[in-house]
Design a protein around this ligand. Structure first.
Ligand code: BES
Ligand code: MN
Ligand code: MN
Length: 470
């Protein structure tokens, strides 16, 4: 190990530490200014804000000393590219993050306006504070500190920040392929994840994939009187409820034929490693305020969350739900469903299986249509990649304890694209607190994770440069 935590206290080196020590206020302001831009990629009215966030990021990267900084057009929200490539002989890191954020509703459940960040009790509260503007800001600050303190980075660095991750990255894959020539690297560092429950330093070795469908059920040509027609025709909401209820058995297993065919079996070794993680189920239950944790039988909560696929209804509509009674048979009903997938399930294949099965079990008397809404691939990355090992060393040096290796329940489809389209090994990492309310009201970032995260990334660059082959 090239870094001694004892000698520098926080994982970085004295020169970098001196710079970081005198610039804390400025980088906090820069991060807060970034959070003030409502770069919600999924809402068309916020397209100019996404562009503004990209522009600010590019300006900040230029000011930090990164080169070839470019706001690159994609047909959607732009991608910000920058590099620094003067570490002759050293490996090249391609670091990815996303500057777009999720919508803010329900906005009245926020303690403060989502785009007016407040700092309180060591936390920053704002939409995007963790997902993913924290990780981007940490990367920017680490590169800036190294360039300012040493005039050089220990590795070659390419930065790719996209603005459509939260609205399914439609333009990223083609951009990666079109720009493959300038994206050559030894590893893709996907900086869009975080720490394990209890805020334990973690490296993400698994991400779930996703497949989304909508079910549209059409009954009579319009809402009709339920006395005049009730008993004579099928009710689309009853039909939809029946379909949904049948998709999972009482054991929590998904009853779509072929659904589990490609699931990579969990090894006994991996199950033991998962069981050994410092996970407090009761704390999770209490935090969510649910009476019990439930799911597919035969698997632990952590296994169900990270290593098993799911099927969930995300929204459902139809009929009358206003105050009072309305005696109708609704004309139509619908539902949005997503499945989280695990290695090696294929989103397109799962979507086809869902369509075939739902169409097959649709009751007579209604017309059922299943519409594919896209998805993304899961990833499962080895823990002994050189960059992953270097990152583990860096986390231990800076946070004072070795990281745990975690299969995350969330999805970052681009991780699979780096593997498949750019043929790069992938290390998924990040510093978000595990309970940071991503996508929810009162998203927050832990400022200690932020500051120590910068040191960890500096330590990672040093460690990876010293041990590029592990
Ligand atoms: N950063 C998250 C994924 C994540 C969440 C990683 C929690 C680790 C811990 C990412 O921004 C995200 O929200 N992904 C979406 C995928 C999507 C919109 C295609 C998700 O998981 O729902
Ligand atoms: Mn994210
Ligand atoms: Mn997200």
């Amino acid at each position: 190990m090239t870094i001694s935590a004892a000698s520098v206290g926080a994982g970085s080196t004295p020169d970098v530490e001196a710079y970081l020590g005198k610039t804390a206020g400025q980088r906090l302001q820069r991060y807060l200014d970034f959070l003030r831009i409502p770069s919600i990629s999924g809402i068309p009215e916020h397209a100019p804000d996404c562009r503004r966030a990209a522009g600010k990021l590019a300006d900040d990267l230029r000011a930090a000393g990164l080169e070839h900084v470019e706001v690159s057009e994609t047909g959607g929200h732009p991608i910000v590219y920058a590099d620094w490539l003067h570490a002759g002989g050293a490996p090249t890191v391609l670091l990815y993050g996303h500057y777009d954020v999720q919508p803010v509703d329900p906005v009245d459940e926020w303690e403060a306006a989502p785009f007016e960040p407040i700092v309180r009790d060591g936390r920053v509260l704002a939409r995007g504070a963790s997902d993913d503007k924290s990780n981007i800001s940490i990367a920017l600050s680490a590169a800036e500190a190294l360039l300012a303190a040493r005039g050089a980075l220990p590795v070659n660095l390419r930065l790719v920040f996209e603005g459509e991750e939260e609205s399914s990255s439609v333009h990223l894959e083609p951009w990666l392929v079109a720009n493959a020539g300038r994206l050559a690297a030894d590893v893709a560092l996907v900086a869009d994840s975080g720490f394990f429950a209890g805020n334990v330093p973690a490296i993400t070795v698994g991400l779930r994939g996703l497949t989304a469908v909508e079910i549209h059920v059409q009954g009579p040509f319009q809402d009709v009187h339920s006395g005049v027609f009730g008993g004579a025709i099928e009710n689309p909401i009853n039909a939809l409820a029946g379909i949904i209820a049948s998709l999972k058995g009482p054991d929590g297993r998904i009853r779509v034929p072929g659904f589990y065919d490609e699931v990579v079996a969990l090894s006994q070794e991996e199950r033991m490693a998962m069981a050994a993680l410092p996970f407090d189920e009761e704390a999770m239950r209490a935090e969510l305020d649910v009476p019990a944790l439930v799911g597919e039988s035969g698997w632990t909560t952590l296994e169900r969350r990270g290593a098993r696929p799911t099927l969930d209804v995300n929204g459902i509509w139809g009929g009358f739900s206003g105050e009072g009674t309305k005696t109708i048979i609704p004309g139509r009903a619908g539902a949005k469903i997503t499945c989280r997938l695990v290695a090696n399930q294929d989103p397109a294949r799962i979507s086809d299986l869902l369509r075939a099965h739902i169409t097959e079990i649709a009751p007579p008397g209604v017309r059922v249509e299943v519409v594919a809404m896209g998805g993304g691939r899961p990833t499962l990355t080895p823990r002994d990649l050189p960059a992953t090992r270097a990152f583990a060393v860096a986390l231990e040096a800076s946070f004072g304890r070795p990281p745990v290796f975690v299969r995350e329940g969330g999805s970052i489809p681009v991780a699979a694209s780096f593997e498949a389209s750019l043929k790069l090994p992938v290390t998924v990492m990040g510093f978000m607190p595990p309970n940071g309310n991503f996508h929810a009201p009162n998203e927050w970032m832990d400022l200690a994770n932020f500051e120590t995260g910068i040191r960890a990334l500096v330590a990672f660059f040093d460690e990876y440069a010293a041990h590029p082959a592990g």
